[in-house]
Write a protein that binds this ligand. Structure first.
Ligand code: ASP
Length: 325
């Protein structure tokens, strides 16, 4: 088993200069807080990879992590991988790792909502549960999964649903696929169906995220033109925008891929129900690409990966259709 630590609340202690907590603990120190692992019989390769807050992780960090994990798995002797990191970006990093992961050993991402200086920090319990999950043969071919609060979530369905609750991670549309209890995994549903992994990046890409809000006059929409290679629109409800944005979005969609997602982040954008200007039907007819039930953040990562691997419009359409069916 390999454990990669990236930082985050799980690894934070008080910084005397700022008086706030900052990522400081090594991967060894994290594991030392879980004595049960010593008697578990699971041998652990420890990788102190980054000490960053989740918010400062970059595409470069994740590309390097993906590469290191692949190399480690190819070298053999590793049944699964655990990644510890800040919960701020777990939704995105887990989805991104999943998009690139093509080996059968699972990658389990975990973190903590309560830092080690607080009463009842959840980091040690989450790390213990993550190691148990990563070692479980039943999770092979599960891709990248998220384990927090003894629940196992797919990268596709998990959402951070509260800013502070230790039960912040949930899969609102599907529920967890399993739980960890008494030191073992108990599945509640089958492993997820996964679409084909993305290829390596061959070019840099910038993909924007534009959230539509009440009374939006579209004036800022023009700023995206020429400043990004692709755009995700987080629209109202099932995929709706104010009528005054329709022309601008249509123009953008003629230059770059523009993906239509819902800012709700739970449930699909529709394709064929509403017919008013600014409806999902109208926007799709103007060349926008439906995100299905991917959240705006997930849609942005998929679009980023596709543009970075040099995909043309037809392949982008096909990838979104496959990812969202
Ligand atoms: N609140 C965050 C966490 O849970 C901080 C971070 O993402 O680094 O880890």
């Amino acid at each position: 088993m390999a454990v990669y630590s990236l930082g985050g609340t799980i690894a934070m202690t008080t910084d005397p200069t700022t008086g706030g907590v900052v990522p400081a603990l090594s991967a060894h120190e994290l594991l030392a807080a879980v004595p049960a692992l010593e008697t578990s019989g699971i041998s652990l390769q420890v990788r102190d990879f980054r000490r960053l807050p989740g918010a400062s992780l970059s595409f470069q960090d994740l590309t390097e992590l993906s590469g290191a994990i692949k190399a480690e798995l190819d070298a053999g002797g590793v049944d699964g991988v655990v990644v510890t990191q800040g919960t701020d970006t777990i939704e995105e990093t887990a989805f991104l790792l999943d998009l690139h992961h093509d080996r059968e050993q699972p990658i389990i991402v975990t973190g903590a909502m309560r830092n080690p200086t607080l009463a009842g920090p959840d980091g040690p319990a989450n790390l213990h549960a993550a190691v148990i999950a990563a070692a479980d043969p039943g999770l092979r071919n599960g891709g990248c999964l998220v384990v927090l609060g003894d629940e196992i979530h797919t990268a596709r369905s998990v959402r951070k649903s509260h800013t502070t609750s230790p039960a912040a991670f949930a899969s609102p549309s599907a529920g967890p696929i399993g739980r960890i209890a008494e030191g073992r995994v108990r599945m509640t549903t089958a492993l997820p169906h996964r679409s084909h992994p993305l290829a390596e990046a061959v070019r840099a890409a910038r993909v924007g995220l534009y959230t539509v809000t009440l009374g939006d006059d579209g004036a800022l929409l023009d700023l995206w033109d020429g400043n990004c290679d692709g755009l995700v629109v987080a629209a109202f409800g099932v995929g709706h925008v104010p009528e005054c944005l329709v022309e601008g979005l249509g123009k953008l969609a003629a230059h770059i891929p523009v993906v239509l997602a819902s800012r709700i982040g739970n449930g699909p954008v529709l394709t064929a129900t509403y017919g008013f200007p600014g409806s999902e039907k109208d926007l799709l007819a103007r060349g926008l690409i439906g995100a299905g039930d991917l959240s705006p953040y997930q849609a942005r990562l998929l679009l980023h990966g596709l543009i970075a691997q040099g995909a043309d419009r037809a392949s982008i359409l096909e990838a979104f259709a496959t990812a969202t069916d």
